[in-house]
Design a protein around this ligand. Structure first.
Ligand SMILES: [Zn+2]
Length: 291
């Protein structure tokens, strides 16, 4: 385990096992206990690697059809169940990163109803894409972990965002150099960049169809993440830190990866037509980006 106390003293606002999931329940118990002493949240990348095995995409009809190793939905759900049960006894705030399955949404919904101190987030790719896309071109920009799931899962995540089960929307921004991704699907690293497309995808796929209001978007992309991390921000009251994003909700635009500010290009959204664009980003009271 990392030196949680020292990390908190030097400014850490949370701890996570993202990238290397904790398989030992006893270790997760101690991490929750220590984090609790310092009043910080534990962010769980919920995945049981013994169930994920050699999987590279969602386990189901598509993985069988394509002859690819699958990652079953219960690889995530088994781990979320474990962490929720530990959280129930220990009480340290637990945050579930990048929820991807219908079963996970249901587990978190039940835990919240039972008063467990759990929050959760979803990423734009898990509510805009499914595993059906993979077989079309085998683009490695569709390879992420947790993997893209099915339409049923996408619908459940949107429902979870609507009813408050899922508190936050996170980009899960994961840049990779082109040469890393330009390999066979099996060999490619996981992850896509999400920073520059997150607002547009949320506006087009959640606000436009009426799933979320702009106030709910502000909560899920700003106020809730700040609250989960106990970080300043997400607040427009006088005296609050002036980290503000100003959005033009009507601006129509086409995603062009070669126009990204990011040096990375690993996005599956090239050519997508979106509505809703960031106009200004204000950081610490100064305009840091003008779109
Ligand atoms: Zn992760």
């Amino acid at each position: 385990m990392a030196d949680i106390g020292e990390m908190v003293q030097t400014g850490a606002v949370a701890v996570t096992d993202d990238g290397s999931p904790v398989h030992d329940a006893g270790m997760m118990r101690r991490a929750l206990e220590y984090a609790g002493m310092f009043g910080i949240t534990v962010i769980s990348h919920a995945e049981d690697m013994s169930l994920s095995g050699k999987g590279v995409m969602n386990e189901g009809y598509e993985s069988t059809r394509l002859g690819m190793h699958g990652i079953p939905p219960f690889s995530e759900e088994v781990c979320i169940s474990r962490d929720i049960i530990l959280c129930k006894y220990i009480g340290t705030p637990l945050h579930i990163a990048h929820v991807s399955t219908k079963g996970s949404v249901e587990l978190i919904r039940q835990a919240k109803a039972a008063g467990v101190n759990v929050t959760a987030e979803a990423t734009p790719h898990h509510f805009t894409l499914t595993d059906v896309e993979i077989g079309k071109e085998f683009s490695t920009n569709l390879k992420m972990n947790p993997p893209l799931r099915t339409q049923e899962d996408v619908d459940a995540i949107i429902e979870g965002l609507k009813d408050g089960t899922i508190d936050a929307i996170a980009s899960d921004h994961a840049p990779h150099a082109p040469e890393e991704k330009e390999v066979e699907f099996d060999q490619a690293p996981n992850g896509i960049i999400g920073l520059e497309t997150s607002l547009g995808l949320v506006a087009t796929y959640l606000v436009k169809p009426g799933h979320l209001t702009w106030n709910e978007v502000a909560r899920k992309m700003s106020a809730a993440p700040a609250k989960i991390l106990r970080a300043p921000g997400g607040d427009l009251r006088a005296g609050a830190i002036a980290d503000i994003t100003i959005v033009n909700p009507k601006a129509a635009w086409t995603v062009k990866v070669d126009k990204f500010y990011s040096k990375s290009r690993n996005s599956p959204y090239d050519g997508w037509k979106l509505q809703g664009k960031v106009k200004y980003t204000i950081l610490g009271g100064e305009v840091s980006f003008e779109g």
